[in-house]
Design a protein around this ligand. Structure first.
Ligand code: G6P
Length: 490
C-alpha cells in the first residue's frame, strides 16, 4: 500500500484473472464462501487486499449471481471488505471452448513439458477470443480514468493486453504469465502463435517467474513475429509499442494468514494422526495440490512403493498422505489421472499394507487453506514432484507453515521454486529410485540439519515475499510511467 502511494500516487488498480478469489456456493438454504486451490489466487489475494481496487474474474459459483449488485460487483473479503470483485459471466458452452478447450487442453499442456499432447480446435479459439474481448470490455467499463494500472493474470488472457491497449492507450498494463514459457520449437506448434505473442506484446511489462522463461519468450518472438528485441535492456518493440520482459519470482504473503490461528505443532501432529487413525509415532509424508498431471503425483506414489521395497524398515512406520483437489474434471486427461492414481494406490497398499497399516492415504477433496497448513505442520516431510511447474507455491507454503523449524522439503528441479529453495532435497521426478532415496534421506535427517535447511529457506521467503514480488513489478511500472510522462511533455 505504501509503495503504491509513494511510487504510483493517485492510481487506479484493476486486476483480471480467470479464477475468482472468493466463490459463493449455495447448498440448500445456506450460502458458503470457498477459496479456490490456485497458486495464482493465493499469491495475488493478499496483494489486492493491500492495494484495494477492482478484481475482474469469472463468476463460477452456484450463488455468485445472487451475491452481486446490479453492476455484477461484490465487496470482498466477506466481512472485511477491502476491494471490489467484478464478476464476468461465461456460458457453459463458452466455458467449454475458452477454459476447458483452448486454455486447458491447448495452452496448459503446450507450456508444460509434461507429455500430454495439446489439442487446438478452431471453435475453442473463437471462444477464447470472445471471452478475452469480454474481459477487456469489462475492464474498460470499470476504469474511471484513462490511465489505470491493470494487472492481467495468466494464460487465459494472452489477447487481453492488446485488446485493452486499443481502448485505453494510456493504461499501464502489467501482465504476469504464471506458468512456464516453453522453448520456441515447442511453442511453434500452436496454430495461433502470432496472435498470442502480439496480444501479450500489448503489455507495458510482461513478467515470468524465471529468466529462463524470459529467454524462451525472446527466442519465440524472434522466431515468429516481426519485432525489435533488445535483450540487454530486456525489451521488445512490436507494432511501435515497447514491452519490458522481466523475471519476477512469485511468492506468498509473510506471515501467511492461514498460519495465524494454528495450534502448536505437537497438537497438529496429534490431531492429524488421530484423524487418519495413525499411531502417535507414525512418520508422515505429505503431498497437497490440485489433481493435475503436471504435478507428478503418479511418480510420487511410485517412489513411495520403491521406498518400501528398498527400505522395508519403513513399513508400518511411514505413511504418505496425498491430498488432491479435483480440478478441470471435465477433461479426459484429468479423469484418467484420477483413476490411475486410485489404481496405483490400491496396488501399493495391497503390496505393502497389513492389518492396521495403510501406506498411502489418497484423499480426493478440496481443503481450505487452514486445513492445508495444519497438515503441513503435522508432517515430517513434504514432497513436491512436479514434472514441470512455473513456480509451485506449495513448496513455499510448507516452509512457511513450519515455524517450529522442522520438516523436510523434497522438491522437483523442474519447479521454478527449486532455483530459490536450494536447501530442499532436490530431485528429478522422472527418476523414481532417486526420489525414493531422497524420501529415505529426509526421514533419516537429523533435527539440526532440518533446522539449518528450513531456516535458510524461511529467511529467503520472508525476504522475498509476495509483497516484494508485486512491489518490484509496480516499481518498474512507475519508472515507465514517469518516463512516458516526460516524453509526452517534450
Ligand atoms: C494454476 C494456474 C492458475 C489457475 C490455477 C488453478 O496455478 O496458473 O491460473 O487458477 O492453476 O486452476 P483452475 O483451472 O482451477 O483455475
Amino acid at each position: 500500500q505504501d509503495l503504491l502511494e509513494n511510487e504510483l500516487p493517485d492510481t487506479e488498480v484493476i486486476i483480471a484473472s480467470n479464477r475468482e478469489p472468493y466463490i459463493h456456493n449455495r447448498d440448500g438454504d445456506v450460502i458458503s464462501v470457498q477459496r479456490p486451490a490456485s497458486g495464482l489466487v493465493s499469491a495475488l489475494e493478499p496483494v489486492v487486499r493491500a492495494t484495494g481496487g477492482t478484481w475482474v474474474a469469472h463468476g463460477s459459483g452456484s450463488a455468485d449471481r445472487e451475491t452481486v449488485d446490479a453492476n455484477d460487483r461484490v465487496l470482498v473479503p466477506p466481512g472485511k471488505p477491502a476491494y471490489r470483485l467484478r464478476r464476468v459471466w461465461i456460458s457453459d458452452e463458452e466455458q467449454d471452448g475458452y477454459y476447458y478447450g483452448l486454455s486447458n487442453e491447448g495452452l496448459w499442456p503446450l507450456c508444460h513439458l509434461a507429455y500430454v499432447r495439446p489439442i487446438f480446435r478452431e471453435s475453442d479459439w473463437q471462444a477464447y477470443v470472445a471471452i478475452n474481448q469480454r474481459f477487456a470490455d469489462a475492464i474498460v467499463r470499470e476504469a474511471t480514468r484513462p490511465d489505470p494500472v491493470i494487472l492481467v493474470q495468466d494464460y487465459h488472457f494472452a489477447l487481453l493486453p492488446k485488446m485493452v491497449r486499443e481502448q485505453l492507450p494510456k493504461a499501464t498494463i502489467l501482465t504476469f504469465w504464471h506458468i512456464p514459457w516453453p522453448n520456441a520449437e515447442a511453442f511453434g506448434i500452436c496454430p495461433w502463435k502470432e496472435e498470442i505473442i502480439a496480444g501479450l506484446l500489448g503489455s507495458t511489462v510482461l513478467g515470468f517467474h524465471t529468466q529462463a522463461y524470459c529467454n524462451n519468450f525472446f527466442d519465440t518472438v524472434d522466431r515468429f513475429i516481426e519485432s525489435r528485441i533488445d535483450r540487454e535492456h530486456r525489451s521488445v518493440v512490436h507494432a511501435g509499442h515497447e514491452t519490458m520482459v522481466r523475471p519476477y519470482p512469485i511468492s506468498i504473503e509473510w506471515p501467511p494468514a492461514a498460519l495465524a490461528g494454528q495450534k502448536p505443532v505437537d497438537e497438529c501432529r496429534r490431531v492429524v494422526r488421530e484423524r487418519y487413525g495413525l499411531p502417535a509415532d507414525m512418520r508422515i509424508g505429505i503431498g497437497i495440490e490440485r489433481f493435475d498431471y503436471t504435478k507428478g503425483i503418479l511418480d510420487r506414489l511410485m517412489a513411495v512403493d520403491e521406498l518400501l521395497i528398498r527400505h522395508p524398515e519403513w513399513k508400518g512406520r511411514f505413511t504418505f498422505i496425498q491430498i488432491a483437489a479435483p480440478t478441470r474434471s471435465k477433461l479426459a486427461s484429468y479423469v484418467n489421472l484420477q483413476q490411475e492414481a486410485q489404481r496405483i494406490t490400491e496396488e501399493i497398499n495391497a503390496r505393502h499394507g497389513s492389518d492396521g497399516y495403510q501406506p498411502i492415504h489418497l484423499v480426493i477433496r478440496h481443503h481450505e487453506p487452514e486445513d492445508v497448513y495444519e497438515l503441513f505442520r503435522a508432517a515430517d516431510l513434504c514432497v513436491v514432484s512436479s514434472l514441470h511447474d512455473g513456480m509451485n507455491l506449495v513448496a513455499k507454503e510448507f516452509v512457511a507453515a513450519r515455524d517450529d523449524e522442522r520438516g523436510v522439503l523434497v522438491l522437483s528441479r523442474f519447479a521454478g521454486a527449486s532455483s530459490e529453495l536450494s536447501e530442499a532435497l532436490i530431485i528429478n521426478p522422472y527418476d523414481v529410485h532417486g526420489m525414493a532415496t531422497a524420501i529415505d534421506r529426509g526421514l533419516s535427517m537429523s533435527e539440526d540439519e532440518q533446522r539449518e535447511r528450513i531456516r535458510l529457506m524461511r529467511n529467503h521467503i520472508r525476504e522475498r515475499n509476495v509483497y516484494r514480488w508485486a512491489g518490484q513489478i509496480l516499481i518498474d511500472a512507475s519508472r515507465i510511467r514517469k518516463r512516458l510522462k516526460v516524453n509526452e511533455l517534450h
